[in-house]
Design a binder for this molecule. Sequence first.
Ligand code: ZN
Length: 251
Amino acid sequence: MFVDTHCHLNQMNLDEELPRIREARVTKMIAIGYDLTSSKEAVRIAEGNEGIYAAVGFQPTELHSFQSGDLERIRALASSQKVVAIGEIGMDYHYEDTNKPLQREKFVEQIELAKELKLPVCIHSRDDAEDMLNLLKEERSKLIFGGVMHCYSHSREMVKSFVDLGFYLAFGGTVTYKNAKKVAESAREVPLDRILTETDSPYLPPVPHRGERNTPAFIPIIAEKLAALREMETERFAEIVMKNTKALFGI
Ligand SMILES: [Zn+2]
């Protein structure tokens, strides 16, 4: 059995996709919101499907759509039994017009919401390694319900810092890319009890499906690659990931 801890199920035809996902033995999925609409959609999908859970929140690159009162709307959505995390939230310095103070402000507000709701956080972090690490250290006392660094893309050297802060690290399709040596090195470095699998579908499909839309049905490919990097049997690795998922998200 496999688990996809980060997928955007609102961006695919789930009814069409589900048989293939089930056939791939992916039994648990977390549908991730990135703004208000997608968060609502993630909750709706989770409530209508067994084995599917939801995370709600505003991603840093979607803050242009944030309106006053949206934090309360996210809080209300999180009252669903199927919501298992606040996310994806974080910081992203990739684009030139990045409003760093705004990203930081909304990120911290959502970390505080997660603490209040006793939920873990799902963190999006791109091109911001130093600032992210410093912010998480400062906010450490609010992160008692843990979290995951989704689609981990920072250096192997920083793995220990995030792990020491209590974080899990999730890896997806990029671990199969030939030019992503750094990701593979990090995946080898993470303690086994802190590793998770995800697709971030419909983005970042694994080899040999690049150019296609990604789907949770590709999780076994990612798990196989991660297991090989760790010199383990895929089934054994998958069992450990299931255990880790339960420990962090309670599912
Ligand atoms: Zn995502």
